[in-house]
Structures are given as structure tokens and as C-alpha cells.
Design a protein around this ligand. Structure first.
Ligand SMILES: NC(=O)c1ccc[n+]([C@@H]2O[C@H](COP(=O)([O-])OP(=O)(O)OC[C@H]3O[C@@H](n4cnc5c(N)ncnc54)[C@H](OP(=O)(O)O)[C@@H]3O)[C@@H](O)[C@H]2O)c1
Length: 185
């Protein structure tokens, strides 16, 4: 059965981006790419992804900086949904669907597209929270960077109950995998 997983990196005080929407504080950190809860093993099990428009624009700015749109290559080969009510730039030929539909309806399409593999909610935190609100988020996996940011984009602007399933260290990061505990009944 496929799981819906929010896999992200965060500051110790629960921000996934700083107030300038940069990730410099994260991308410079040392990690073992074969270590605990590593991205390579994670993404190998993913069959569809979802992200919000801010995250999508960050990917475009970060991955395609200085390149002509005709040279843009979407970094994910699985079907991808971008939640937006505006009109972000299009990555030519990428398997991306822009949507403002209800998360439950999109989740059903993602599940079908994923063919038994997992769904990755890339972020941001509120979008992951919307999946949790709909009872559709199974796991939260965090790489906790050794700093506080004080402000920025929140990891999860919700109260949700979690159960610690896995815990480890990957060089500079504390890494944890939690199951989402759904209310009884
Ligand atoms: N640390 C990490 O590993 C990590 C991971 C992911 C992201 N990030 C960063 O974290 C930040 C997250 O930004 P964010 O908090 O603004 O979240 P976001 O989810 O990336 O973007 C929010 C936007 O998504 C759209 N959206 C969200 N829910 C929607 C819905 N139900 N229907 C239609 N559109 C919806 C809206 O876009 P429109 O305004 O276009 O309508 C909204 O303004 C970014 O800077 C990103 O780069 C960090």
C-alpha cells in the first residue's frame, strides 16, 4: 500500500525556509548520501509528488538559474502536481499538473498515477497540513539542521499527533521518521 509522506529538512525551531525564502542554511550542510533516511532511498520509492507554488518557484529559480526555459529539465521523473491559483512558469515537457482542486481529489489521482509507490508531499508546511487535515498524511520525515532561524516558512502550521518510528544521525543532521496518529473513531 502506498504511503503519503512529507519528507523535508527543517531548522530546530521548525522552519523549512528562512524569511528570504533561501535554503543556504541547509544546502551547505554535511550529510552522508547513503546514511539514515537518505533522499536516494526515499525517492526510489516515490511514484508521485505534490508541492505548493512557492516551492515550485524555488525549484525553478534554484535549478534553472540563468538558463533559457527551453533548457529547463524538471528534476523529478514521476507525475508531479503543483498547487496554485496563479499561473507559474511552465517547465517544457515536464509531467506537471497545475491544480487548485481539493487535496483529496488530487490525492486520489496521485495514488492512481503512483502505481503502488509512495506519494511525496514536498512542501510547504501548510500544504502538508492540508493533506493531514483530510486524513491523508501517513508520515512526516525530517532532517533537522543544527540551527534555529527564528522566523520563516513553518514546517507544519497545525497541531497533529505523531508517533516516533525511526531516529538517527546523519552527520550534521538529526533525522526522524514519524507516523501520523489519526484521531480515534
Ligand atoms: N527545507 C526543505 O527541505 C524545503 C522543502 C520544501 C519547500 N521548502 C521551502 O519552503 C518554502 C515553502 O513555501 P510556502 O510556505 O509558501 O508553501 P508552498 O506550499 O510551497 O506554497 C504556497 C502556495 O501554494 C499554493 N497553494 C497551497 N495550497 C493550495 C491549494 N489548496 N490550492 C491551490 N493553491 C494552493 C498557493 O500558491 P499561489 O499563490 O500561486 O496560488 C500558495 O501561495 C519555500 O520557500 C520552499 O522553497 C523547503
Amino acid at each position: 500500500m502506498s504511503l503519503t509522506r512529507y519528507y523535508t529538512a527543517t531548522s530546530l525551531d521548525g522552519f523549512i525556509a528562512d524569511p528570504d525564502a533561501t535554503l543556504d542554511w541547509l544546502l551547505t550542510r554535511d550529510q552522508d548520501h547513503g546514511g539514515v533516511l537518505n533522499y536516494g532511498d526515499f525517492i526510489a520509492g516515490v511514484g508521485a509528488i505534490a508541492m505548493g507554488a512557492t516551492t515550485y518557484r524555488w525549484v525553478i529559480d534554484h535549478e534553472f538559474s540563468g538558463k533559457d526555459p527551453s533548457e529547463w529539465t524538471w528534476p523529478y521523473d514521476v507525475p508531479s502536481w503543483v498547487f496554485t491559483r496563479t499561473a507559474p512558469p511552465v517547465v517544457p515537457g515536464a509531467p506537471i499538473t497545475f491544480t487548485a482542486d481539493d487535496v483529496a481529489a488530487v490525492h486520489a489521482r496521485m495514488t492512481q498515477a503512483a502505481g503502488g509507490r509512495d506519494l511525496w508531499v514536498v512542501g510547504g508546511g501548510d500544504l502538508a497540513g492540508q493533506f493531514a487535515d483530510a486524513g491523508l498524511l501517513d508520515e512526516v520525515i525530517v532532517y533537522i539542521a543544527p540551527l534555529t532561524l527564528g522566523a520563516g516558512a513553518p514546517l507544519m502550521p497545525r497541531r497533529i499527533e505523531l508517533r516516533l518510528e525511526e531516529l538517527g544521525r546523519n552527520r550534521e543532521f538529526a533525522c526522524a521518521r514519524y507516523a501520523v496518529v489519526r484521531p480515534a473513531g
